[in-house]
Design a binder for this molecule. Structure first.
Ligand code: NAI
Length: 591
């Protein structure tokens, strides 16, 4: 009887699933032929990118209203927050990528190409399918080297077949959405490009995984000297932001949970993990309690954290560092170096800024946009920028603070002390939630402006400090959360537009973009994570949430990423990967 019930449930389940998916495909095919017939009659929206900003946009945009074309050199979406897990084998490569075609369906056209230039006047983009500007070292389809020279393995190459030539092309658009992300910032530090690994693309993670395995196998060679063994097994991570911290944590897990079993002597005597950070604490963008907790936790996990230490050069067998306040340079012998010191705009972003004019596009961090995410300096408002390549400026921040100043300066003395200012900002944060995220940088600008160190400011000083904070600082952080909210916002905005020619959005009663910060998460190893709700006011503040660290945070981290996975397929793969790692450990072979 039980078997019968089981069989009925299985058959009904599979039948429903098959029926629903067939119906979806049938609808898609109908929509393709419809859209082919109406081609050219709908306004064309061209979206550049297949990352955190572009995908939510592509999923939400109304294809009945627009002909949507996505152009990107990467034909998949990458779950970037899980890259540290991939680089040590906790999670497998295919779990964190999803084909863009399966995500968006055939209603949206996808073209695999690099956009290399934009002409905002003619409303045309120029694309080069051979990748004049590869989006990362790993994404140049012509020659993909696996593993890299640093990993010491044979250079297996995927050579693009010369008969599959794809000519360059131009494409017209009515609306362009630039969502091209960012690239690694080396700050022109010598040797980084040649000798360090980045952690931004899927091939970076594969190369690191391979390099770790290679370091251990090399250290096992019988004739290796003790000093060389120590060098081979010294792993250095540069940059104590979330990327560096999460990678260090995953590496420590790999060593303790798996490599310890196969290389017990090496792990006991020679393995060393060092995280180098130029500032005086790691995870500096999070709450101080979280930074302190992570530093203590890393100490327990045997991760050495060198703070106030600046990496000046990366050589083939060492990194050269300088301690803050000292002129002396020190060499640290090591083999695998992971470079995670932040991001900078891509060449296309800078080119577009130049085309528009650097007087308007004055922010070096990316394309400056208005509150509706339209790129400033494009008269007809036909270009939007979202995600890491964009910087949204809160307008009239200076004016708002002038009002605050006047409010605080009740005796009309024309000066304000820092204590008063801080108290005021605290009170006003509820009114402008974005304020909390940038209040630190504003305070820093204040301190800089207060040259005579009187701890009091005049109105003129206040103006110069705020103008600096307004234009120099990235108002929103370059995170997946921001990009994805911006993507959904632009889709909703375009769906609501009655007339795309009219760009007076205030008149059409359209609401500007408002970022809702839901908190920041980071995995810190040993099945522990940290969660910071700073800046997530007023929603989460209603529940008075404090920073969380430890195992409970790790459950939150895991459930969050499981729900964030874009499809059922990747959700199941991720759950299986975690279970597999728990029961059978990680695969430590080099491939
Ligand atoms: P980051 O910019 O957040 O941190 C880089 C760190 O490297 C800084 O603390 C800086 O002081 C340090 N640094 C720079 N040059 C150095 C040098 N020569 N020597 C030593 N230290 C040096 O960069 P990250 O971690 O790559 O993150 C990039 C963006 O992505 C950030 O906006 C971050 O918030 C976001 N992100 C967020 C995650 C999360 O919320 N879980 C995960 C990964 C990234």
């Amino acid at each position: 009887r039980r078997l019968k019930n089981f069989l009925i449930i299985t058959v009904v389940g599979f039948g429903t699933y098959y029926g629903v998916s067939s119906y979806r495909r049938y609808r898609w095919f109908n929509e393709i032929s419809d859209s082919d017939k109406t081609m050219g009659t709908k306004p064309r929206v061209v979206v550049l990118g297949t990352g955190w900003g572009a995908v939510p946009l592509l999923k939400h945009i109304d294809t009945e209203k627009y002909e949507v074309v996505c152009v990107s050199p990467r034909n998949y979406f990458l779950m970037t927050p899980l890259l540290p897990s991939v680089s040590v084998g906790t999670v497998e490569t295919r779990t964190v990528i999803e084909s863009i075609r399966s995500l968006i369906g055939p209603r949206i056209k996808y073209v695999e190409a690099h956009c290399v230039s934009v002409d905002p006047k003619a409303k045309v983009i120029s694309c080069n399918t051979d990748g004049e500007q590869p989006i990362s070292r790993g994404d140049d389809v012509k020659t993909i080297l696996i593993p890299s020279r640093r990993a010491g393995g044979s250079s297996s190459r995927i050579i693009k077949d010369s008969t599959r030539v794809r000519p360059s092309f131009d494409m017209k658009y009515d609306i362009l959405v630039v969502s091209v992300g960012s690239e690694n910032n080396t700050f022109n530090t010598p040797g980084v490009e040649e000798h360090a690994h980045f952690l931004k693309e899927i091939l970076d993670a594969r190369r690191i995984r391979s390099a770790i395995s290679d370091a251990f196998e090399s250290a096992m060679t019988p004739t290796q000297t003790p000093a060389e063994r120590k060098r081979l097994l010294h792993f250095v991570i540069v940059g104590g932001g979330p990327t560096g911290v999460e990678f260090a944590a995953e590496l420590a897990d790999l060593v303790r949970e798996d490599l310890q079993i196969y290389f017990p002597r090496l792990v006991a005597n020679d393995v060393k993990i060092t995280l180098i950070e130029a500032l005086d604490h790691i995870l500096s963008m999070m709450d101080k309690q979280i930074s302190d907790y992570t530093e203590r936790h890393f100490h327990r996990e045997n991760i050495d954290v060198l703070m106030n230490t600046f990496v000046k050069e990366v050589k083939q067998r060492e990194v050269v560092v300088q301690l803050k306040g000292s002129d002396e340079l020190k060499s640290i012998p090591c083999s695998v170096v992971v470079w995670a010191t932040g991001i900078k705009p891509r060449a296309l972003t800078n080119k577009l800024r130049e085309i528009i004019g650097l007087d308007i596009q004055s922010n070096r961090m990316g394309l400056l946009t208005d509150q509706y995410l339209r790129v400033k300096g494009v008269a007809d408002g036909s270009i939007f920028a979202i995600g890491d390549c964009a910087t949204i400026q809160i307008p009239k921040l200076v004016d708002r603070f002038q009002l605050l100043f006047e409010e605080a300066d009740t005796e009309r003395r024309g000066t304000l002390d820092l204590q008063q200012f801080r108290a005021l900002v605290e009170r006003k944060i509820a009114e402008f939630p974005q304020l909390e995220i940038i209040s630190k940088s504003i305070e820093k600008a204040f301190e800089e402006a207060d040259k005579d160190k009187s701890a009091t400011l005049t109105l003129a000083e206040l103006h110069s400090a705020l103008e600096k904070a307004d234009t120099k600082n990235r108002v929103l952080p370059a995170t997946a959360q921001v990009a994805s909210q911006e993507g959904s916002f632009v889709a909703d905005l375009l769906n609501q537009l009655n007339d795309i020619q009219s760009n007076n959005y205030e008149q059409q009663n359209l609401k500007p973009f408002r970022y809702k910060h839901m908190g920041s998460l980071a995995y810190v190893g040993g099945d522990e994570a940290v969660v910071d709700f700073t800046g997530s006011k007023p929603i989460l503040d209603m529940f008075n949430l404090k920073p969380i660290s430890g195992r409970s945070a790790a459950y939150l981290w895991k459930s969050f990423y499981l729900t964030e996975m874009f499809t059922g397929r990747t959700k199941i793969l991720l759950a299986f990967d975690w279970v597999r790692t728990q029961f059978f450990g990680r695969d430590i072979s080099r491939y």
